[in-house]
Design a protein around this ligand. Sequence first.
Ligand SMILES: [Zn+2]
Length: 137
Amino acid sequence: MAVIQTKCSCGQPVEVRTGEDSNDSFRTDGKQAVYPGETGYNIFRCRECRQPLHESCPDFCFEHTSAVGTRSRLVMTVRRPKSTALGTEPWVMLEDENASGIAVAMFGPDNPASRADASRMMQLWNADIVDKAAHHS
Ligand SMILES: [Zn+2]
């Protein structure tokens, strides 16, 4: 349970939230990263240096000790964000495959980089679920 003011390796300030301070998080370890003063999304790739933030910011690395139980697999969708603050262009998102319409991660306006990011995160997420299932059997 913490709000950590930290930085990407390039110097871009980011805010990492954990536990109950995190909202809208899609990671099994519950971490959420936003730019200070912003909210409502989870940073995947730094907007300054374009590095995946879980690699460029130690505070945002994946914690594999989480006891969070199995969650649904994610599917990639491209549609307009519900929040008009994000504009009217279609965005690339990952959604719970069992609860269509609930975006759990947003990767930015539709373009090849956003799709690549979403695809990579989807694989990490879904592989994590397979891992947990394997450990339970
Ligand atoms: Zn950066």
